[in-house]
Design a protein around this ligand. Structure first.
Ligand code: ADP
Ligand code: ADP
Length: 219
């Protein structure tokens, strides 16, 4: 299993954001994490990427425990945060080089991820010159730099215009043929367009976990 979450809870002050969450994700698989704003999606994703500690429970990513094997987990996950901070004056390659150095990734790999995410025609530009769709590609390229087994994408398609939406969905689907993709959204159509399976979260609890195929058969 690529992701194994067991009885995870998270409390912010008095606010219970996650209440005893458990699920598993295999590889390759594209799983949609669906729920309204405030359901706990970002919180779960930040725990999976080791940015946030849970208050109870265990998580393994790519077989590594997030607490006892944190570095190995970080090497196994690529993360696209919901509000990816991009510096508009930075060139795409400058941005990717900075993170490549942090990850200890070769310069060749920067060209590879540029190619992989369809950024080649825009590769010479500054981030500020790019459309929102292309900025998302830069975020995806960054998340793929260290060739992680698992991609965690927080609301990757929110705010895109219809053309960009189709392109980014297709890109995520193609990445998901070889990797584990765990993406959050509050829109069911996004799940239907990209995912093999949906895990529905509401008020910090999982209320459904279904294969899309089974959902279609039920209709
Ligand atoms: P989602 O990503 O589904 O919108 P979040 O994980 O961001 O949900 O938030 C889950 C709940 O936790 C919400 O009620 C939110 O207001 C609360 N929350 C999130 N982050 C914090 C924080 N840093 N401090 C206090 N409460 C927070
Ligand atoms: P929000 O929920 O508002 O989007 P984030 O979790 O995205 O907040 O922000 C946390 C910070 O950590 C951001 O500066 C983000 O870019 C950074 N960050 C998160 N994951 C990674 C990663 N895998 N590699 C590099 N930086 C990261």
């Amino acid at each position: 299993m690529s992701i194994e979450v067991n009885n995870i809870s998270k409390i912010y002050g008095k606010q219970k954001a996650l209440n005893n969450i458990s699920f598993k994700v295999g590889k390759p698989e594209i799983v949609g994490f669906l729920g309204p704003n405030g359901a706990g999606k970002s919180t779960m994703m930040k725990i999976l990427t080791t940015y946030l500690n849970a208050n109870g429970g265990t998580v393994k990513v790519n077989g590594f425990d997030i607490l006892t094997n944190t570095k190995a987990v970080q090497q196994s996950v690529g993360y696209l945060p919901e509000h990816n901070p991009l510096y508009l004056e930075q060139y795409i390659k400058e941005y990717l080089s900075f993170n490549a150095n942090i990850y200890g990734v070769s310069k060749n790999r920067i060209d590879e991820v540029i190619e992989l995410t369809g950024l080649t025609p825009e590769a010479h530009k500054k981030i500020g010159e790019l459309s929102k769709g292309y900025r998302q590609r830069v975020g995806l390229a960054n998340a793929l730099l260290h060739d992680p087994e698992v991609l965690i994408l927080d609301e990757p398609t929110t705010g895109l215009d219809p053309n960009q939406l189709v392109d980014i969905r297709n890109l995520i689907k193609s990445i998901g043929t070889t990797k584990t993709v765990f993406l959050s959204t509050h829109i069911m159509q996004e799940v239907e367009a990209m995912c093999d399976r949906v895990i529905i979260i509401n008020k910090g609890e999982i209320v459904a976990d279904k294969k899309l195929k089974d959902l279609r058969d039920e209709k």
